[in-house]
Design a protein around this ligand. Sequence first.
Ligand code: NAD
Ligand code: DAU
Length: 333
Amino acid sequence: MSRRLLVTGGAGFIGSNFVHHVVEHTDDHVTVLDKLTYAGNRASLAGLPEDRVRFVQGDIADAPLVDELFAQTDAVVHYAAESHNDNSLHDPRPFLDTNIVGTYTLLEAARKHDVRFHHISTDEVYGDLELDDPERFTENTPYNPSSPYSSTKAGSDLLVRAWVRSFGVQATLSNCSNNYGPYQHVEKFIPRQITNVIRGIRPKLYGKGENVRDWIHADDHSSAVLTILDKGVIGETYLIGADGEKNNKDVVELILTLMGQPADAYDHVTDRAGHDLRYAIDSTKLRTELGWMPRFEDFEAGLASTIDWYRENEAWWAPAKDGVEAFYAAKGQ
Ligand code: NAD
Ligand code: DAU
């Protein structure tokens, strides 16, 4: 049966991948609510059928607008956030406004309209692991966020849990690992390095490059979220990951090799303050209880198709590139 979905942040990286996935795999109708900050891009939704996808430009903290949209909605998937750690070290305030106050505004509307709500969060709420820690993050790992970004995401998760328990809001949560794929902003690690190589700039590795991230293709994140929306138990949290641990040095070297450059043609630059060492997700609960499986299990193949996408879509990323590089250059990165 066709649902009316409201997708916040649907013009961002993972939100737009989700909207494409929903149009392809369901009969649902989507309304995107997106403020179009520097990270949002209408072009990420280009080509989608107008009778299936409606776009509303607005702020998730705008309570009257949110109220109006929730009255026309069966389920909400909440992606909108300030999402970049490096920006949160430079200016934390927008992270509080959107990630905390914005999420609060949506929860109050979900409570009033009794709308099914799915909250998108991150593995970063659990802090970081040692390189040799045999345990990975599970739904029972204590919260221990490190950055202004991850602490505001942790705060938003706790608000969702409190609104479920105190007010009976019909919500589920998911915490996913690092996504890669098309439509990711050039401020982020993988697109920054790919577009650097396209532009003839040497990739920039923070510190020694030993930090480990657990990579998942954005389309697999989307299929996991649809699975939780359909089959998830209200009040429950599900960790989403595809067993994709890699250190940053290996990822940069793979990008260079796939792009026909010498594997060592990159620079070490100033490390990120408070840089989390390692993230790793144990997604057993999602796989065994809800039957989800990732489709993109070959990271090298997924990375190669992502490189192709950035080669073919320079018009999508070029307008942001110079400003991002100037921001990093000013910090020695
Ligand atoms: P992004 O920065 O690419 O996109 C965020 C989107 O939200 C943009 O379109 C922006 O315009 C919109 N937005 C920001 N503030 C808003 C506001 N106040 N009102 C309405 N719209 C607003 O982010 P992303 O990487 O796609 O991340 C999406 C979500 O997934 C976030 O909640 C993030 O915490 C979470 N997440 C990201 C990753 C990752 O690897 N990128 C991993 C796990 C979880
Ligand atoms: O784990 C999920 C999180 O993944 C999400 O919650 C965040 O929204 C998302 O941005 C991402 O956070 P990271 O900080 O891990 O991603 P980022 O792409 O910024 O950096 C990935 C790694 O690469 C990290 O160890 C820092 C490093 N890095 C990053 C940049 C931009 C570099 O070495 N060089 C760079 O130029």
